[in-house]
Design a protein around this ligand. Structure first.
Ligand SMILES: Cc1cc2nc3c(=O)[nH]c(=O)nc-3n(C[C@H](O)[C@H](O)[C@H](O)COP(=O)(O)OP(=O)(O)OC[C@H]3O[C@@H](n4cnc5c(N)ncnc54)[C@H](O)[C@@H]3O)c2cc1C
Ligand SMILES: NC(=O)c1ccc[n+]([C@@H]2O[C@H](COP(=O)([O-])OP(=O)(O)OC[C@H]3O[C@@H](n4cnc5c(N)ncnc54)[C@H](O)[C@@H]3O)[C@@H](O)[C@H]2O)c1
Length: 467
């Protein structure tokens, strides 16, 4: 028998937040298959993404205190990192949130039905849902596809489940820390988890396809990050993984690089080579949904798909695989479900991001290479943390702020920060860009607390060669 609902939501990550008291008069279904080794409720960010990684990053930053202390003349010693205690503290906080969220959805409101299983489109606004207990067909007036993304596993001989590699889904729950870990990929996850595991005592090797890590950052930032990474990790640029094999507890990775073939021996392999949208898992094509070439569900600025009554948000449709973007798009969808006569659009003008590694990175707007490629007129400035008093206090020698602005209007078009507190320092620049505050007014129209770190932002603003 078919079950009909006013609204079906596929995915309990950002999709979960849509249904609140304002939907009390609608019959709602949420379908969730579960993420990570425990098939948890609540999506990527909570269970296997932003939240646990940042809890580990803070722990790693703390474990690195002796290195910084030595620079300042403070003699600290790291006597050890108790991995099971760290892991269990972090997931001891997260897992109850996931199960509590699930319990609330399963029993908390009469109008909401939770299906714990996989949903696949079998027609327009028609879904086959398979749970452990039953297979049902559900139809709905409105469907929200908030199905997220999953790790991509490159097609490398030997790299299959039997080899026993990790992804970000599993690596944070390892039983014990290995002596050596190799990370395939040099993007966000590689940068963050290399910091986490190396700070806790693991020898890290990073296999990068290109010449720098984090190659999508502004070139000056990527270069600085790579120089610093090479001091901590065995970074192998311009490498291709040809084959993976196992010899008892050791993994053998055959690489090809500028010096020819080499074999790397390691204890654990973390594959961090990007994430693909889950549009195939929901069989979006069978639902009539138009897709981009990379598998993302195509949406307009209201988050509407090509099928009337079907909406999509977050990693399954967005070019930005970021939680603040998924949350923003979920709010757009929520509004448009509640107010069909007064639709709202998502604002993707200034999407910022941060990489929580060591050093930290934050950016918004165009990189210099993007401005050049777009033929955009720009002026630029860069200021080292070491040029302001708080940078002296930290004995910082490697961090900087780089800005790009329009020479005519003084409008900021890009901001890039590498160094301590970068994700916090960048927020006033995001605010200025979002609200159209030009660089001169921003620099001169307010007090900047002395001697605080944002003075480096003030100085970079003042340095922009504007008329
Ligand atoms: C290790 C890591 C660290 C990250 N750190 C950050 C960070 O610091 N900051 C940041 O902004 N972003 C970060 N991200 C990205 C962020 O987690 C995602 O952009 C965000 O969680 C996407 O939300 P979503 O709602 O689109 O998808 P998800 O949260 O993934 O939710 C989708 C849900 O749909 C379910 N699902 C999928 N297909 C089906 C189906 N057919 N039937 C039923 N259910 C289905 C999935 O099980 C999942 O629970 C990180 C990601 C990772 C992997
Ligand atoms: N702080 C944050 O906001 C944060 C943190 C982690 C993840 N994320 C999100 O999750 C997404 C996924 O993270 P990620 O690090 O897996 O992806 P990524 O896109 O940041 O990096 C992927 C890396 O894998 C490399 N790569 C791709 N295919 C490869 C192959 N076949 N062999 C070798 N290398 C290959 C790429 O060159 C790149 O270095 C990110 O794009 C980001 O949007 C965000």
């Amino acid at each position: 028998m078919d079950h009909h609902f006013d609204l079906v939501i596929i995915g309990s990550g950002s999709g979960n937040s849509i249904v609140d008291g304002r939907f009390a008069d609608r019959k709602v279904a949420i379908v969730e298959k579960g993420v990570g080794p425990q098939a948890a409720y609540g999506g990527t960010c909570l269970n296997v993404g932003c939240i646990p990684t940042k809890m580990f990053v803070h722990t790693a930053d703390t474990a690195r205190a002796p290195q910084h202390g030595a620079v300042l003349g403070v003699d600290l010693t790291l006597r050890g990192a108790d991995w099971p205690a760290i892991r269990d503290r972090i997931f001891g906080r997260i897992d109850p949130l996931a199960s509590g969220g699930e319990r609330y959805r399963a029993t908390g409101s009469d109008n909401v039905t939770l299906y714990r299983g996989t949903a696949r489109f079998v027609g327009e606004r028609r879904l086959a849902v398979e749970t452990a207990e039953e297979a049902v067909t559900i139809t709905a007036d409105q469907v929200v596809v908030a199905a997220g993304s999953r790790p991509v596993i490159p097609d490398v001989p030997g790299l299959d489940q039997a080899l026993g590699y990790h992804t970000s889904d599993s690596v944070m729950r390892m039983d014990r820390l290995p002596r050596r870990m190799t990370i395939l990929g040099s993007g966000f996850i590689a940068a963050e988890l290399a910091h986490v595991f190396s700070a806790l005592g693991v020898e890290i090797t990073v296999i990068a396809r290109g010449g720098v890590l984090l190659r999508h950052e502004d070139a000056a930032v990527a270069r600085r990050f790579t120089e610093l990474a090479r001091e901590r990790w065995d970074v192998r640029p311009h490498r291709k993984l040809l084959r993976a094999t196992r010899d008892a507890d050791t993994l053998l990775l055959d690489l090809e690089g500028p010096q020819g073939a080499e074999t790397l021996r390691t204890d654990e392999l973390l594959v961090a080579t990007g994430r693909r949208p889950n549009s195939d898992l929901v069989d979006a094509a069978a639902g009539g949904l138009a897709l981009h070439a990379d598998g993302r569900i195509a949406v307009d600025e209201r988050q509407a798909t090509s099928v009337p009554g079907v909406w999509a948000l977050g990693d399954v449709s967005s070019p930005w695989q970021l939680k603040h973007v998924a949350n923003h798009e979920a709010r757009t969808v929520q509004h448009n479900l509640l107010h069909p006569d007064d639709p709202r659009t998502s604002d993707h003008r200034y999407v910022p991001h941060a990489v929580f590694s060591s050093p930290k990175i934050a950016a918004v707007g165009m990189t210099e290479q993007e401005a050049q490629a777009a033929g955009r007129d720009y002026v630029t400035s860069a200021r080292e943390y070491s040029g302001v008093a708080y940078g002296w206090a930290m004995e910082d020698t490697t961090s900087f702020v780089k800005l790009l602005a329009d020479p005519g209007t003084g409008e900021l078009i890009g901001a890039h920060i590498i160094g301590p507190e970068a994700p916090t320092l960048i927020q006033p620049l995001i605010q200025a860009m979002s609200f159209g505050l030009d660089a001169r007014s921003m620099a001169k129209g307010q007090y900047w607390i002395h001697p605080a770190m944002p003075e480096v932002v003030e100085n970079a603003l003042l340095d922009l060669p504007l008329g």
